[in-house]
Design a protein around this ligand. Structure first.
Ligand SMILES: [Zn+2]
Length: 210
């Protein structure tokens, strides 16, 4: 990694990985999937003296997004999400904040990204790649220059996210895993929404869904 400094904090009951993607030179950072623990994020950000500039969501599930509005308010920063996930984010049954959590949550999304769109944030070029399957609008964020992909619940270490939840689709997630692994060089590091990091080479060899 060149100018990227990465921190991750497991947040909430589902131990969702919230990533702080910081530019070492400016200390600007983007927060990927703030989960549901705004206090923990605030503490981690102050500790590294980071300057948050944006929140990025990989998909709409409650365990990835329920701190979004508080974190947005705390730092006065915008929330980015894939346009294809608009309905899941808006529907508390589909994003499980209503059904499982009994706490219907409405994310105040500021910007809907399109498939392949490059977001210029914190000095990074962050490409949003639509990877449906876990949900209909799930995505990965790829920073080519830094050789990293943030996969949300699309790719896990030797596994993938479940597809039995609303809008999930097993054949689509298989295609999406291929989309990512075909696109990035083997040494690219993959940072999932849950569990340990992996690499493209490792998943090509060992992921049973490939
Ligand atoms: Zn999920």
């Amino acid at each position: 990694m060149g100018m990227l400094e990465l921190r991750y904090l497991p947040v909430g009951m589902g131990a969702t990985n919230c990533y702080l993607v910081m530019n070492k030179d400016t200390r600007e950072l983007v927060i990927i999937d703030p989960g549901d623990d705004p206090a923990k994020i605030k503490q981690a950000v102050s500790k590294i003296e980071g300057k948050p500039v944006a929140i990025l969501l990989t998909h709409g599930h409650y365990d990835h997004m329920m701190a979004s509005n508080q974190v947005k308010k705390e730092y006065h920063i915008p929330i980015y999400a894939p346009g294809a996930e608009r309905e899941v984010l808006a529907d508390s049954a589909k994003n499980l904040s209503g059904g499982w959590m009994m706490k219907p949550y409405h994310v105040q999304t500021d910007y809907w990204a399109e498939d392949g769109e490059v977001l210029h944030l914190a000095g990074f070029e962050i490409r949003m790649i639509l990877t449906p399957g876990h949900t209909e609008g799930s995505c990965c964020y790829y920073i080519e220059e830094e050789h990293v992909v943030f996969c949300g619940d699309t790719i896990f270490l030797e596994s993938c996210g479940r597809t039995d939840l609303p809008t999930g689709d097993m054949s689509q997630i298989r295609k999406s895993i291929h989309t990512i692994l075909d696109m990035v060089p083997d040494e690219t590091e993959l940072y999932p929404g849950h569990g340990e990091a992996t690499t493209a080479a490792h998943e090509k060899a060992f992921n049973p869904f490939v």
